[in-house]
Design a protein around this ligand. Structure first.
Ligand SMILES: Cc1ncc(C[n+]2csc(CCOP(=O)(O)OP(=O)(O)O)c2C)c(N)n1
Ligand SMILES: [Mg+2]
Length: 406
């Protein structure tokens, strides 16, 4: 199988004070790296279609993809990246409290997101902006939580797209339980849970694997291995390639080139079909790279080398598809110009929507904690009301901002 340069990455060199793993650690890491397995790839970084017997099992899932479909995938990735860049800028301008960028992971998210059916149910982490896009969640709705004006921003049941989940790995349990319910209902829809390489170390993920395997739950575990969990490299999470973990639980795992949108579409379609056919869970490891910081609060120059990022830039998911589209004469200048205009319009729309978001009602935080009333929540609400009232008293007595102190 041609996998070009995607599987092999340079030995990691730390940029900052963490530089220099111990000799033993270095040897172990090198040993593991040299045994890195191949991955499913249908488009090389140069945009060439890979066709061989090993890929055929997955390639058949995209054999019906038309030039229009390819342009659609390209458009999805470009608009998602534009939205993401706007959100980062909005955070820098103080309009958002925090932003977790998906830069570099567009193919993993669009490929897998477009593989889902309307009646499937998706459980994301906090970085799945591309998947949200595919599910039809308005991008502006993703920003309320990051602006701190709401606790979610959308109705999960409108698009079968659960709320963003910050507690690492916990959504894999939610997905497993939901999938077990789907099976009990006799429905033929599937469930997909997104999580990261760091999350793979969580007990919740291990429990999800056990339960889903034993109960044959129709769930796809989609792990975006973006090589980092904040400042911890994947080497700190595992001694075997992540997709191989599935074997120990009794279900298949496959590693796909996470920067290849076509391969991600194919492999996810295959895994979702398995789920629908009653064949149980699948682990998909999308091998990709977090091009930006963990969040806007993070500075990756403190712990990783520029060369690593540069090596992955050459495998950019959007550039790769663009090269393919151009080489196949599937696009013209008009297509790119129109998309550019559409991207700018999206950026403007997002910016205006965020600035216009009203501040929340202070008591909204107490809503939806329980379906019905709860004594403790009532007590906390009353305490908070008293706290709020204390400010009113201070302001009346001349202690309001700007009227006293230094
Ligand atoms: C249970 C839990 N532990 C720790 C954290 C703090 N935390 C937030 S993101 C993160 C790293 C997650 O890395 P990974 O799963 O690889 O996802 P990525 O951010 O790379 O997409 C950690 C440890 C948390 N949110 N929840
Ligand atoms: Mg990660």
């Amino acid at each position: 199988m041609t996998v070009e340069s995607t599987a092999a990455h340079k030995p990691r060199r730390s940029a900052g004070s963490k530089a220099g793993a111990s000799g033993t650690e270095r040897t172990r890491t090198t040993a593991r790296k040299s045994a890195e397995p191949e991955l499913v790839q249908l488009l090389t970084p140069e945009g060439k279609r890979v066709k061989n017997a090993k890929n055929a099992e997955y390639a058949k899932y995209v054999s019906g993809v038309t030039p229009e479909d390819l342009r659609g995938l390209y458009r999805d990735m470009v608009l998602t990246r534009r939205f993401d860049a706007e959100a980062t800028a909005l955070q820098r301008q103080g309009e958002l409290g925090l932003w977790a960028s998906l830069l570099g992971q567009e193919a993993a998210q669009i490929g897998s997101g477009r593989a889902t059916r309307e009646d499937d149910y998706v459980f994301p982490t906090y970085r799945e902006h591309g998947v949200a896009w595919c599910r039809g969640v308005d991008p502006t709705n993703l920003l309320g939580m990051f602006r701190g004006v709401n606790n979610g921003g959308w109705d999960p049941n409108s698009n079968n797209f659960h709320l963003y989940t910050i507690v690492i790995g916990s959504q894999t349990l939610h997905a497993t339980g939901y999938a077990m319910g789907v099976a009990k209902d006799g429905a033929d829809s599937a469930v997909i849970a997104y999580f990261g390489d760091g999350a793979s170390s969580q007990g919740d993920v291990a429990e999800s694997f056990t339960f889903s395997a034993v109960y044959n739950a129709p769930v796809v575990f989609f792990c975006q291995n973006n090589q980092w969990a904040i400042s911890e490299p994947t080497e700190k999470q595992t001694r075997v390639p992540l997709y191989q973990r599935a074997q120990g639980y009794g279900f298949p795992g496959v590693r796909v080139d996470g920067n290849d949108v076509l391969a991600c579409l194919a492999v996810t379609r295959w895994a979702l079909e398995r789920a629908r056919n009653g064949e149980g869970p699948t682990l998909v490891e999308a091998y990709t790279y977090r091009m930006g910081a963990h969040t806007t609060s993070d500075d990756p120059t403190k712990y990783r080398a520029d060369e690593e990022r540069e090596a992955w830039e050459a495998k950019d998911p959007i550039l790769r598809l663009r090269r393919h589209l151009e080489a196949s004469n599937h696009t013209d200048e008009g297509f790119f110009a129109e998309l550019e205009a559409e991207s700018e319009a999206l950026g403007r729309r997002v910016r205006e929507a965020v600035r216009a978001m009203p501040d929340p009602d202070h008591f909204a935080i107490f809503e939806n904690v329980y379906a019905d009333g709860h004594a403790l929540v009532d007590e906390e609400r009353a305490q908070f009301a008293a706290y709020q009232a204390s400010f009113a008293t201070e302001s009346e007595s001349g202690f309001a901002a700007g009227t006293g102190g230094n």
